[in-house]
Ligand binder design. Structure first.
Ligand SMILES: C[S@@+](CC[C@H](N)C(=O)[O-])C[C@H]1O[C@@H](n2cnc3c(N)ncnc32)[C@H](O)[C@@H]1O
Length: 282
């Protein structure tokens, strides 16, 4: 474990400037099963428009639970995963251990995407994957710039970044700051208090449409969204800080000016993530 990374992460947590993403992922691993892994695999294949990743190299920047590193490895890629949160690194190592033992084709490191020297030491990859990460670094634009270092010509770069929703984004920023400043014991009650009115609106919407079953399927069918869990995503959303956002056009312009071409996009009109896949042409 990189001690410098560990110490700077711990100091951000102590001062309430960072959400413990890794703790949330650790809880998520308790509900991870074959069905969720298959959904995650399906989503990655669809987005990258591939059947497998045999012979490819794949870097998972901000690997979180490690689920997408696992999926890339299952699809045949040689994988390098890293994260800034020691518990996310531990989760990724746990998934490698569970499903691939001490596999030499899956390396896991502790590091920050804001550290250019570290990124340069990793080399270049066929697939650069950083889903829902760079807006949580505290320096999103430098992070978006840095990952170009790991993209070889001809590679695919797959990112997901929160949409800029103006005042709505500012509202959520305040909620996230409050969550992270609270003592541990108050975090969960706060998250529930913030989310309950939103959940009640969902429920009433389905009730009015005489479709209560539809409301429950929001929970039961959520795994179809990249194998994720609605509960853990909700905690990640309320706590997820640092937090930044961008419009999809800003992201497209940022990469296309530097030899990347947009190949696929799923824009988000709400406060969720835009998903974009670029190909590096030069
Ligand atoms: C919302 S999770 C996304 C996890 C995973 N990519 C996925 O798609 O499920 C964000 C992850 O980014 C990591 N992260 C935040 N800042 C980082 C940094 N500077 N360098 C690397 N990882 C970072 C967090 O620790 C966390 O595990």
């Amino acid at each position: 474990m990189n001690t410098h990374v560990k110490e700077s992460h711990a100091s951000e947590i102590r001062s309430g400037r960072r959400f413990k993403f890794g703790s949330n992922w650790k809880r998520f691993l308790r509900v991870l099963n074959g069905e969720r892994i298959s959904e995650a695999e399906k989503s990655l294949k669809e987005f990258l428009e591939v059947e497998d990743l045999e012979g490819k190299t794949f870097i998972d920047i901000g690997s979180g639970s490690g689920l997408f590193s696992l999926v890339a490895r299952r699809l045949g890629a040689r994988v390098l995963s890293f994260d800034y949160d020691p518990q996310s690194v531990a989760c990724t190592a746990e998934l490698r251990h569970r499903y691939f033992g001490e596999d030499p084709n899956w390396n896991i490191l502790s590091g920050s995407v804001l550290d250019r020297e570290f990124l340069e030491s990793l080399g270049q990859f066929d697939i650069v994957y950083s889903w829902g990460v760079l807006h949580h670094t505290g320096a999103m634009w430098p992070a978006l710039e840095n990952i170009k270092l790991n993209s070889k010509v001809g590679s695919k770069l797959f990112i997901a970044i929160y949409n800029d929703c103006g005042d709505v984004s500012t509202y959520w920023m305040k909620k996230k700051i409050t969550y992270n400043k609270l003592p541990v014991l108050l975090k969960l009650p706060y998250a529930i208090a913030v989310w309950t009115p939103i959940e009640a609106r969902y429920f009433l919407h389905y009730l009015r449409n005489k479709n209560v079953a539809g409301y429950f399927s929001l929970w039961t069918e959520y795994k179809k969204s990249r194998g994720m869990s609605r509960w853990h995503d909700m905690i990640d959303w309320i706590g997820g800080y640092p937090y930044e956002y961008a419009s999809s056009q800003q992201l497209i312009d940022f990469y296309e000016k530097d030899g990347f071409k947009l190949r696929k996009i799923l824009p988000n009109d709400g406060y969720g993530c835009h998903q974009l896949v670029f190909e590096r042409l030069s």
